[in-house]
Design a binder for this molecule. Structure first.
Ligand code: 3PG
Length: 404
């Protein structure tokens, strides 16, 4: 893969950067700016090199047409604050406004194209459609830098196809992410423990199957744990449950046993009357959950158990919160896992926090990001990497032209 240095002298050159600026918003307020901060070093490097920087990014999943609530305007403001410069937001993605905005850029100036998913060709399955958007993007630039790690698993015009149209290089964020994740996928230091949470087992099927051949311990929490508890024959009240995955999970439990992989499930659960911050709640044994109540966090005994399984690990990967950490009453399990990772890190373990929700949880719960080996900006992308899948946005960089 070529790096930015391989693109040569970039002074006065227009460089298109694909970043992942898909941040959570409350109205127009960014509630976690981690991805914007992560995008800054590469953009700054290009600014310092005197390039005219054109950033392409998406926000949410608009349906291929402009929608005000998905405008990148709040992101342009935040990016400008972090860079200490004005970031001009084009009013469209590759239309008249984009062309004029890019034409007006001086050396070392930055523009952001409006949400790339306002153009239906971005996510089209039709290669010719994607290629036509890639042509429009390529017309705005002399070189391409792929730095949106969170989208490299997407075969989309601004991630994949445009890399075939311009001299292309990998950005520093993607390089850092790939290096860190490789420490877990290629010969990890053992014991290798993986903590999986989040709401759905079905989102994590590939990664669980792959990890059963690699990890020494799998700790399961979050909404997905109730499908595991159900597979063990326990009642789960009104908790999240994917009935159609119970048989698959039974298969995982059997495979884990055959292969000597330890699957660690909670022994107690915090159950509540409803999904609300102030819902009355109690701690109950995981094998005796009452009817009519829902599990919203792992219990204190489980938090201790998980901690003990993480403290002596040498490699730890965590993807998905243990409970509804957004509500204080159900944040203790997630906090305990994060704390155990920090403590294991102090004893020399390498830890990776993967997935937007876990990364947001770490910041929201007030942890110092420096306490973790790596905090990934990728949700689906980091999971697919751990699954061992080829990521189109990275594979394409291997087969590209280089001269700017
Ligand atoms: C993410 O949020 O994981 C990335 O920005 C990718 O977004 P997507 O899942 O909508 O493609």
């Amino acid at each position: 893969m070529k790096t930015i240095e391989d693109l040569g002298d970039l002074r006065g050159k227009r460089v298109l950067v694909r970043a992942d600026l898909n941040v959570p918003l409350d109205g127009t307020t960014i509630t976690d700016d981690g991805r914007v901060r992560a995008a800054v070093p590469t953009i700054k490097k290009l600014v310092d090199a005197g390039a005219k920087v054109v950033v392409a990014a998406h926000l949410g999943r608009p349906k291929g047409a402009p929608e005000a609530k998905y405008s990148l305007a709040p992101v342009a403001t935040r990016l400008g604050e972090l860079l200490g410069t004005t970031v001009t937001l084009a009013e469209d993605t590759v239309g008249e406004s984009a062309r004029a905005t890019v034409a007006a850029l001086g050396d070392g100036e930055v523009a952001l194209l409006e949400n790339i998913r306002f153009d239906a060709r971005e996510t089209s399955k039709d290669e010719a459609e994607r290629a036509s958007l890639a042509d429009d993007l390529a017309a705005l630039a002399d070189a391409f830098v792929s730095d949106g790690f969170g989208v490299v698993h997407r075969k989309q015009a601004s991630v994949y196809d445009v890399a075939l149209k311009l001299p292309a290089a990998v950005g520093g964020l993607v390089l850092t992410e790939v290096e860190a994740l490789r420490r877990a996928t290629d010969d990890p230091e053992r014991p290798y423990a993986v903590v999986l949470g989040g709401s759905k087992v079905s989102d994590k099927l590939g990664v669980i199957a792959n990890l059963l051949g690699k990890a020494d311990r799998l700790l399961i929490g979050g909404g997905m744990v109730f499908t595991f508890l159900a597979a063990k024959g326990h009642a789960v009240g009104t908790s999240l449950l994917e009935e159609d995955q119970i048989e698959t999970v039974k298969g995982y439990l059997a495979t884990a046993e055959e292969r000597g992989v330890e699957i660690v499930l909670p022994t107690d659960v915090v159950v509540a009357d409803s999904f609300a911050a102030d819902a009355p709640h109690d701690v109950v044994p995981a094998d005796a959950m009452p009817e009519g109540r829902m599990g919203l966090d792992i219990g204190p005994e489980s938090a201790e158990l998980f901690r003990s399984k993480l403290l002596d690990a040498r490699t730890i990967v965590w993807n998905g919160p243990m409970g509804v950490f957004e509500f204080d009453a159900f944040a203790a399990g997630t906090r305990a896992v994060a704390q155990a990772m920090v403590d294991a890190g102090e004893q020399g373990a390498f830890s990776i926090v993967g997935g937007g929700d876990s990364a947001a949880a770490v910041r929201r719960l007030g942890f110092d990001e420096g306490g973790f080996g790596h905090i990934s900006t990728g949700g689906g992308a980091s999971l697919e990497f751990l699954e061992g899948k080829e990521l189109p946005g990275i594979a394409v960089l291997e087969q590209n032209r280089t001269e700017a």
